[in-house]
Design a protein. Structure first.
Length: 117
């Protein structure tokens, strides 16, 4: 089993920055790919960014150029650096991990990000 725990959420003004962290524990060798998703009130959960062991990355069009995903394999931690935040970025952000992109078996509990205008 794998446990994922997000941290780093909070309240920030538009134009500000936050860095989210996702710490993995347990059978982390199975986490070939890690991703970030978000869900705003009344909306479907949506993909934000993903990274694999080869450091290949993917981003949603809505966050390209503003968000950066990275991983520290020694710490089993994935980060999401979020810059130039907008009110529409407000959501609960979830970390996910699995054996490949799109094959996310493990999910964290989520961390709230609120961007005020």
């Amino acid at each position: 089993q794998v446990q994922l725990e997000e941290s780093g959420g909070g309240l920030v003004q538009a134009g500000g920055s936050l860095r989210l962290s996702c710490a993995a524990s347990g059978r982390t060798f199975s986490l070939y790919a890690m991703g970030w998703f978000r869900q705003a009130p009344g909306k479907e959960r949506e993909f934000v960014a993903a990274i694999n062991w080869s450091n290949t990355t993917y981003y949603a069009d809505s966050v390209k150029g503003r968000f950066t995903i990275s991983r520290d394999t020694a710490k089993n931690t994935v980060y999401l650096q979020m810059n130039s935040l907008k009110p529409e970025d407000t959501a609960v952000y979830y970390c996910a991990g699995g054996i490949g992109f799109g094959a996310y078996k493990y999910w964290g509990q989520g961390t709230q990000v609120t961007v005020s205008s």
